[in-house]
Design a protein around this ligand. Structure first.
Ligand code: DAH
Length: 365
């Protein structure tokens, strides 16, 4: 038996045609097996070389090897183009339009407390305040004593404060542990650990044993503290005006500072903002009525001393307010208790879209 050039040419035409005819990866593989497989047609002819005389065998062998390479290259080419087409089809099938808005039913809502806290923080951050937090479980010293609460002060009593059971090895000075009744102990923690100038705001949970229309056992407060050598009451007023006007979005907001009492400030004041209460509706910034929104004052020298700060060199102001209260006022939320009932319908109504949050820090102007 022998292999001649015409035979090889004919085979080449047939094999090329079957590679070209393959319409998918599977038929291409069949064409490959048929041409190059162990029992394939090229292999078949290779086997016949043995019976040929050396010169003819050499020529036929070279021609068969060349044919093998050629067909293999054609197959590889075709395979590549099939794979590319498959990838392109997949990519276009999976194309995502990133400019489309998400489906509204899939987005959760930001709780009004979180929203309000974030607004507060962004306003004070713009004024150069740093954000601090402290533990919810406090001790008597940070929550009361260091803040200049006298020994029998009513706020220490059982009906207001959640006391924790005594634990082994508790340091006498700090006992008993309490759930903090206000955010003011974070003032103490900051002043004990940092040197003035100090300019901080705190928002966080606070606890009092109380539950009715206007009280919940857990609620949130905002606290501010500024300590420096020349900080005075005018700075306090300017700072709170800036905050209230930005937060309530009212220019020239009527404000009134009324003398008041807190153990940790002297003098102390309560701040009212102007409002009208006509036809059952509340409007902030207009009218001839007043609404109390916060407490403030100049930090008491005893408090500075308790934290190792010399009141002959340093002075400053502090303020505190209820986060729920200012959230209710700004967003027209009528019932305090609804904040903590986890009613999804309430959250749908009063909550904020996470992708569309009015953020005072990023607002223009
Ligand atoms: N801690 C006070 C409260 O819970 C609020 C407060 C009033 C905080 C005056 C202050 C302040 O820092 O200066 O009622």
């Amino acid at each position: 038996m022998s292999v001649d050039t015409a035979q090889i040419e004919k085979l080449e035409n047939e094999l090329s045609a079957s590679v070209a005819a393959a319409g998918d990866l599977q038929s291409l593989d069949e064409a490959r097996v048929q041409a190059l497989g162990k029992k394939g047609r090229i292999t078949d002819l290779m086997k016949q070389l043995g019976g040929m005389d050396p010169d003819a065998r050499k020529a036929a062998g070279q021609a068969l090897n060349a044919l093998k390479d050629k067909i293999a290259a054609q197959i590889a080419d075709k395979e590549r183009s099939f794979k590319r087409a498959a990838l392109e089809a997949r990519l276009s099938g999976e194309r995502v339009d990133v400019t489309l808005s998400p489906r509204p039913e899939r987005t959760g809502r930001i709780h009004p407390i979180s929203q309000t806290q974030e607004e507060i923080v962004s306003i004070f951050a713009a004024m150069g305040f740093t954000v601090k937090d402290g533990p919810d479980i406090e001790d008597d010293w940070h929550n009361f004593t260091a803040l200049n609460f006298p020994p029998g002060h009513p706020a220490r009593e059982m009906q207001d404060t959640f006391f924790l059971p005594k634990t082994e090895g508790e340091e006498e000075r700090f006992a008993p542990k309490v759930l903090r009744t206000h955010t003011s102990p974070v003032q103490i923690r900051t002043m004990c650990n940092e040197k003035p100038p100090i300019r901080i705001v705190v928002t966080g949970r606070t606890y009092r044993s109380d539950y009715d229309m206007t009280h919940t056992p857990m609620f949130h407060q905002l606290e501010g503290l500024v300590i420096d050598t020349e900080t005075n009451f005018a700075h306090l007023k300017g700072c709170l005006r800036e905050f209230c006007e930005t937060y309530f979005e009212v220019e020239d907001l009527p404000m009134r500072f009324r003398p008041s009492f807190f153990p940790f400030t002297e003098p102390s004041a309560e701040v009212d903002i102007g409002c009208s209460r006509k036809d059952g509706g509340l409007k902030i910034g207009a009218g001839d009525d007043w609404l109390e929104i916060l407490g403030c004052g100049m930090v008491h020298p005893n408090v500075l001393r308790n934290c190792g700060i010399d009141p002959d060199i340093y002075q400053g102001f502090a303020f505190g307010m209820g986060v729920e209260r200012i959230a209710m006022l700004k967003y027209g939320i009528p019932d305090l208790r609804s904040f903590f009932e986890s009613d999804v319908r309430w959250l749908d109504h009063y909550g904020f879209d996470p992708l569309d949050r009015p953020n005072l820090a990023t607002r223009e102007g």
